[in-house]
Design a protein around this ligand. Structure first.
Ligand code: LLP
Length: 420
């Protein structure tokens, strides 16, 4: 589905013209489409329910991609579970109406307090990433009088062929336990009194447009499942992580969820394993855009700049990963284009949203930075004491403010100066 399209010469979100959103809520603004969010989750649910190995599967949305309560709540209403990486995300999903029994807890640095909180909530599974973490969890669970449900996150050492900062399944990564050590670690886990082994987990990286590495990872994990079973350790669920990519540029081919999942599910036929998935970007990335206004056009020697009111603090991906986001004029003009770097007001050379873009624009025009629904607002900061943007969700012809723009006094409300 295309939630953002030109109608009558103006870019719309569903049936709302973006200039109306800018006029009502100001810029910069994150704009999400409810229909697109729901369609992307439904695509997973449909493929899973149509395949015998997928029925009973759990889609645990990776909250880190976009933790807006309204989005979490929509997914919870559709029956999704959640993949969290902090006590903060646990509180968020509970506040959004999540079923704690559908929550998996990932991450390499869980504190004892976070473990206790998650045990108390009754989450589905802890994805444990190291032996010291396993030992701590055993201890905390003992203190809470509970048995902690556990998967070990195994590093299958598969190259996802994506940006090095978002590759996680290689040997060198800080994530997971080494494939070669996994069997011994499971045996150790099985001997701990307050640990209940329920599954096995892997996540190899993010923004994968080629599904092949997922298949390679699955093969390696299944070898382990069989070895574990021979040792008397039964695995009930297989968590294949997230990572399915999205189209950021027209020349990228986005695999369908069926392209990605069907071969995996077919391979699992008859094994009786519950499948858990942790998609983040794929559920929200193309369901959101960042709406921004051009403050100035600044012609320069060799390079011209379109200086906009959104910046790297609003959308860090271009600065951090040299990520490419399409940038569209909200009211396209047919005139001659000039080439611009689209930059923000932050005092850093890396503060760009796009470089070398051919645009026919004037100061005051609105631009839409596309595919900004994932890792956009979630990674936003207050750098340069800039309030974080407003977020709105469009539903057909209606627009809901789902998070108000921060007010500047809020940004330093928690700060104190020293006594005189
Ligand atoms: N599960 C685990 C354990 C993860 O570490 C991640 C993402 C996911 C699931 C979700 O992956 P996804 O389906 O979204 O690819 N900030 C970066 C992406 C970082 C991904 C971190 N882990 C970006 O903007 O590209």
């Amino acid at each position: 589905m295309t939630p953002f399209a030109i109608q009558n010469g103006v870019l719309h979100a569903e049936s709302v013209p973006l200039p109306a959103i800018a006029a009502r809520f100001g810029t910069p603004a994150y704009v999400y489409s409810r229909a697109a969010l729901e369609a992307s989750l439904r695509e997973f649910q449909d493929v899973l329910s149509g395949n015998p190995a997928g029925t009973g599967a759990l889609v645990c949305y990776a909250v880190k991609a976009n933790s807006s309560l309204a989005i979490l709540n929509l997914f919870a209403r559709m029956g999704a579970g959640f993949d969290i990486v902090s006590g903060g995300e646990l509180q968020r999903v509970l506040a959004a109406g999540a079923d704690p029994g559908k929550v998996v807890f990932s991450g390499v640095g869980k504190t004892a307090a976070e473990m206790a909180q998650a045990l108390d909530a009754g989450i589905f599974c802890f994805n444990v990433e190291s032996i010291p973490e396993l030992e701590r969890l055993n201890e905390v669970a003992g203190r809470c009088g509970k048995a902690a449900p556990v998967s070990l996150r195994v590093n299958p050492n598969v190259d996802p062929k994506t940006h090095p900062y978002i590759s996680t399944g290689l040997k060198e990564a800080k994530f997971g336990v080494a494939y070669e050590d996994a069997l011994a670690l499971y045996l150790r886990a099985a001997a701990l009194p307050n640990i209940r082994i329920t599954g096995i987990d892997c996540h190899i990286g993010s923004q994968l447009l080629d599904p092949a590495p997922f298949g390679e990872a699955l093969e390696r994990i299944l070898v382990l499942v069989d070895r574990l079973s021979a040792e008397g350790i039964a695995i009930h669920h297989l968590d294949l992580g997230g990572g399915l990519g999205i189209r950021y540029r027209d020349d990228q081919v986005q695999p369908t969820v069926a392209d990605y999942l069907t071969p995996l599910l077919d391979r699992l036929a008859g094994r009786g394993l519950q499948v858990v998935l942790e998609p983040g970007r794929r559920l929200v990335g193309n369901a959101g855009l960042l709406l921004t206004r051009i403050e100035y056009l600044k012609p320069g020697e060799g390079k011209s700049f379109a200086i906009v009111d959104a910046a790297m603090n609003d959308l860090m991906r271009p600065a951090l990963y040299e990520a490419w986001h399409d940038i569209l004029p909200v009211v396209p003009n047919a005139g001659d284009t000039s080439v611009y770097d689209v930059v923000g007001p932050v005092c850093e050379t890396g503060d760009f949203l796009g470089q070398g873009r051919a645009l026919c624009v004037d100061a005051g025009d609105l631009l839409a930075v596309m595919s900004a629904g994932a890792y956009g607002m979630a990674m936003a900061s207050n750098y340069n004491t800039r309030p974080r943007a407003v977020e709105v969700m469009v539903d057909g012809g209606q627009v809901f403010e789902i998070r108000r723009r921060e007010a500047i006094p809020e940004l330093f409300a928690g700060e104190r100066v020293l006594p005189a």
